[in-house]
Design a protein around this ligand. Sequence first.
Ligand SMILES: NC(=O)c1ccc[n+]([C@@H]2O[C@H](COP(=O)([O-])OP(=O)(O)OC[C@H]3O[C@@H](n4cnc5c(N)ncnc54)[C@H](OP(=O)(O)O)[C@@H]3O)[C@@H](O)[C@H]2O)c1
Length: 278
Amino acid sequence: MGNERKIQVVAGGTSGMGLATAKALGKFGPVVIGGRNVKRMEDALEVLKSAGIEAYGKSCDISDMESMKSFAEYAASLGTIGNAVNAAAVDAGGMDLILNINIKGTVNFVEAFLPYMNGSKLVNYSSITGYFYAPGREELEIWNDPTAPDLCQKIKAVLETKEVHPGMAHLGMDYIAYSASKRFTMYFTQANAKRFGQKNSQIFSVAPGAFDTPMLREQSDGAVDQIAKGTALGRLGDPDEMSDFIVHLLEDGHNYLTSCDLILDGGKSAMAMVKQLD
Ligand SMILES: NC(=O)c1ccc[n+]([C@@H]2O[C@H](COP(=O)([O-])OP(=O)(O)OC[C@H]3O[C@@H](n4cnc5c(N)ncnc54)[C@H](OP(=O)(O)O)[C@@H]3O)[C@@H](O)[C@H]2O)c1
């Protein structure tokens, strides 16, 4: 399971932690990034190339399976795929958009890259928000059929029956859809453990807390300091801290690591879920 100049893929590699991850993965081999916005892609490629990385970009929409298949095909045409990271997600824009990108998109990414896995590693970005969402038995039955054509509609129907936590009321149903999608990401990652194991490959997810990226800035409503105070370390994470973490996990070795979710959150989930001692 060595990296030896294999192709490194990052969907959502044009911004924030995805771009930081693409940059860090450049140490292993050529990098392929994907995203929808062409200008953002060009800017990201510029960043990577000026860091001396052999970088390629291909426009793609993770919520569209055909688009993901051609993204994977393009990456595989450049060489053997070593690591594939899915950092593409949205946390606003309505339930349909969130579920399509974060849930269907995660399924599409894994399905599209699975045929190319051979001593490879696939990483999905989840979120600590996923730990704040508890799926019911009915939902798990839906989640257990992830390639169903009406997966997102079925999930949406269940989510519409849920109430938003009063503390998150300002975020509305988008918050429910986002946290459910991130819990799904962890679950779906685990559901793939055997399939990846059979290909001598590993799959796991990483759960960021609050990192200083365009996504966080856009949703923070100016309350960045407040969010930072919600961590044990009193600050936001730097995207490079997340990419260092991922690259460390993807270094040669760590070959028994699969299916789990790994948290990097500066103590944010501990602060939110556990009464802190004085
Ligand atoms: N920032 C945080 O504090 C935080 C906390 C917990 C979890 N996360 C998770 O960490 C990951 C990275 O987040 P970030 O904060 O770095 O976000 P970001 O800066 O907003 O970047 C998101 C990336 O996803 C791409 N993307 C979105 N929709 C896509 C689609 N349909 N197809 C292909 N690419 C798409 C975007 O490019 P285009 O828009 O051009 O397509 C962009 O490259 C996400 O999974 C996010 O949910 C972030």
